[in-house]
Design a protein around this ligand. Structure first.
Ligand code: NAP
Length: 274
């Protein structure tokens, strides 16, 4: 089955409109893939001009950009969700103080308050929220994760996850290992679509927060898109790495098999922080 057919299939039968949050490096790849599949998409961005410089002028019907900061509930306009069936959230900031914390854009604000605002404003009609989180969130008090968590990033991501799990909105959480591939910030859409995961295309999916390693952002983006349409990934949390070797590419059958194999009857939401 060719990838083109898969894109078409998702677009026509399953995927009327998706909303993506952020032009993170991973988010760029999600949006590029959605556009290439012809999936109608909306994007929530703090600076909409970034979308124009990256993706060029797109057909308004297929692709709309909304301005908003997830820390501000008033920015998450209900109208933005009209007709939206799936939401993919790739927001994040640095684990340690950096310029990206300017204006109090800290892990607490982005990974906890921002996620809480988003979920609170999301209509119950949304069929699936895909949240990109991180490996290690359940072990932020243990070495080596406690070092990464010095400023709370893993703790706040776990709080965001728990809020999603308890919200009643159908969800899938993807927890990547250390992200590789990128940045693609100065590239245009065609370059993004040609981006390859190098040799790191073989996917490792797991559950239970035991995975340690790296994962290509291209693989994470594809996992988010594939999970949207696999019914048994609803209510599940997966960790993801990628290693040297052939991967599933955009073949939905291979992705189904990978997600199925990872599912080992482990409870998805354990040890809630609140
Ligand atoms: N980097 C890693 O190794 C690693 C490992 C595990 C998990 N993760 C997680 O994986 C996800 C994707 O990572 P990435 O490295 O691809 O992302 P990234 O490049 O760090 O981008 C983060 C995105 O979030 C947006 N954002 C930040 N604060 C926001 C706010 N208040 N409102 C709206 N948007 C906001 C940023 O937009 P602006 O351009 O406006 O700042 C940016 O587009 C993140 O959740 C990250 O924490 C990363």
């Amino acid at each position: 089955m060719s990838c083109d057919f898969v894109y078409w299939f998702i677009h026509i039968l399953v995927q009327p409109l998706s909303l993506s949050l952020s032009l993170s490096l991973s988010g760029q790849l999600v949006v590029a893939s959605l556009l290439s599949r012809g999936i109608q998409s909306r994007l929530l961005l703090r600076d909409p001009s970034k979308a124009v410089s990256l993706f060029g002028q797109q057909n308004d019907h297929t692709f709309q950009v909304w301005k908003g900061d997830t820390r501000n509930p008033n920015d998450i306009d209900q109208a933005m969700f009209e007709g939206v069936t799936h939401v993919i959230c790739c927001t994040g900031t640095t684990a340690f103080p950096s310029r990206r914390w300017d204006g109090d854009n800290t892990p607490e604000k982005v990974d906890w308050e921002g996620i809480r605002n988003l979920v609170n404003m999301m209509p119950r009609s949304v069929k699936r929220l895909i949240l990109v989180s991180s490996v290690g969130v359940t072990k932020y008090n243990e070495l080596p994760w406690s070092i990464m968590n010095l400023f709370g990033v893993l703790k706040y991501k776990k709080m965001g996850e728990d809020f999603v799990c308890n919200s009643g909105i159908p969800y899938t959480i993807i927890r990547p290992g250390r992200l590789t591939d990128g940045p693609y910030t100065s590239y245009d859409l065609n370059t993004l679509l040609k981006a390859t995961a190098g040799e790191r295309r073989a996917v490792i999916l797991d559950q239970g927060d035991n995975l340690v390693g790296e994962v290509s952002r291209l693989v994470v983006a594809e996992a988010c898109i594939q999970a949207m349409d696999i019914e048994f990934t609803e209510g599940q949390i997966y960790e993801i790495n990628s290693v040297k070797g052939e991967g599933p590419g955009c073949d939905p059958v291979k992705w189904r098999d990978l997600f199925k194999a990872a599912q080992a009857n482990k409870p998805s939401c354990t040890s809630s922080l609140f």
